[in-house]
Design a protein around this ligand. Structure first.
Ligand SMILES: C[S@@+](CC[C@H](N)C(=O)[O-])C[C@H]1O[C@@H](n2cnc3c(N)ncnc32)[C@H](O)[C@@H]1O
Length: 426
């Protein structure tokens, strides 16, 4: 009988909570990286964890097994990437589709880790601020939608400058952007793709973005950015800034990266709506009248705030991480005699452009958590377009100094049945 990832998972979990701690992150990263030269980064910790945990002393986790998850790792990948602030893997899907191998992921939310593992067969590591950059495997591309923090990088910079002399990275210290930078500095990937809210550009009168751009340039990257709207791909107005960088070690400074042009297509939310939806998603009379009164008050004051009752032939507002609270930003009308309803998680999945095979049922994650996860995520088709543009630029870009992915595949080591490394000629 063929061994499957789900069998390994069953063997190893003693308590459900254990499946999201760092021990399991080591094990799953180790298993995923067994054949691509990155396993050495995880081997020792994975082995000691497995020895402590495995139910059966004879359990041999080194033998080949099948990934029975919706998005298994590619068999013969052609580049490596890392997935920071991974959420539920909105970046990972398109980069894996392009034959990339994810060699490291980090996400600290327990429930996002569960969704991630159910789909990719890997538990992300936790808090990135606690991870030593030298412990992250080498990679070609770094990707991450870093959280927009409620404080200004420029503000941090001012505080820093009052005291000691500092290097340019210090200007970002205390922010999660700093963690991206220290990894770029240490690992020097060929390229990166970052994503954030559109307002990042205007935050603190543009100072925050200026420091972000300058810092990335000082780290040796040629940097491009563009605000892209997901409405050309899914029926949702969602503007996000995408920042792409290419290393000067591999590319000439004169390169020009063109972001993909959006297709001229119009989307209608009715195409993603389910016909039969449980009544629990319909707003209660109390909540519906609260939302209407609240909107009325704001209208009187001349403000535009309020709920967003969608036109089924149009697109929705931006799905946010707070959607679970009252669903007010995207309400679906249900006729005169019924209060509107909120979207069900499966509809949120489609609104964010996730493939239908993306698994959210029976994985032990509540609706509330799923709303948060999709609201925090990226619109997958937008990342797919940017990733495609980046990869074809990196593979065939006329301005590249060297061929960026010169080998057919990145297999540097192959394990024999006993789990020992064997040499392979390229
Ligand atoms: C904007 S969301 C990115 C979502 C992701 N791009 C996706 O496709 O689902 C930012 C994520 O960073 C995670 N996060 C925030 N601080 C973190 C930290 N210190 N270490 C690891 N993850 C963190 C949050 O839990 C959240 O899921």
């Amino acid at each position: 009988m063929e061994l499957k990832y789900s069998d390994i998972r069953k063997q190893l979990i003693q308590k459900e909570n254990q499946w999201t701690d760092d021990g399991t992150a080591y094990v799953t990263h180790y298993l995923q990286c067994r054949e691509n030269g990155s396993s050495e980064y995880y081997q020792n910790e994975a082995h000691s964890y497995l020895e402590d945990l495995a139910h059966e002393p004879q359990f041999n986790y080194e033998i080949p097994f099948k990934y029975d998850v919706p998005f298994p790792p590619p068999e013969k990948p052609s580049f490596k990437f890392i997935d920071l602030f991974a959420g539920i893997g909105g970046f990972r899907i398109p980069f894996q589709e392009l034959n990339g191998k994810c060699v490291f992921s980090s996400e600290w939310d327990k429930y996002a880790k569960k969704t991630y593992d159910a789909n990719f067969g890997e538990v992300p590591f936790g808090d990135i601020t606690k991870i030593d950059e030298s412990k992250i495997p080498n990679h070609d591309i770094l990707v991450g939608g870093f959280p927009c923090q409620p404080f200004s990088i420029a503000g941090v910079s001012k505080k820093n400058s009052l005291g000691k002399k500092h290097g340019f990275l210090d200007e970002t210290q205390g922010t999660l952007f700093f963690d991206i930078c220290r990894i770029l500095k240490e690992k020097k990937p060929k390229a990166f793709l970052l994503e954030n809210v559109k307002n990042l550009k205007s935050h603190d009168k543009g100072n925050t973005f200026k420091i972000i751009e300058q810092t990335l340039k000082k780290l040796g990257y040629i940097v491009f950015n563009k605000v892209l709207n997901a409405k050309y791909y899914v029926p949702q107005n969602r503007e996000r800034i995408f920042i792409v960088g290419f290393s000067k070690e591999y590319f000439n400074e004169s390169i020009v990266f063109n972001f993909p042009k959006p297709p001229e297509s119009e989307h209608r939310i009715k195409t993603i709506l389910q016909t039969s939806v449980h009544d629990k998603y319909t707003l209660t009379d109390k909540l519906w009248s609260y939302l209407q009164n609240y909107a009325q008050k704001h209208r009187e004051k001349g403000n535009g705030f309020g709920f967003g009752l969608v036109d089924k032939n149009g697109i929705s507002r931006t799905l946010s991480a707070r959607y679970y609270k009252d669903g007010s930003e995207i309400l679906i009308p249900q006729g005169r005699d019924k209060n509107p309803r909120r979207l069900v998680p499966e509809e949120c999945k489609k609104l964010m452009g996730y493939p239908s095979s993306f698994k959210i049922k029976d994985i032990g994650v509540s609706d509330t958590q799923l709303y948060k996860q999709f609201g925090n995520s990226v619109a997958v088709p937008v990342v797919r377009e940017v990733a495609n543009a980046m990869l074809s630029f990196m593979n065939h870009g006329p301005n590249a100094k060297v061929e960026t992915f010169p080998v057919d595949n990145i297999y540097e080591e192959v394990l024999n049945e006993q789990g020992k490394k064997v040499e392979v000629s390229s």
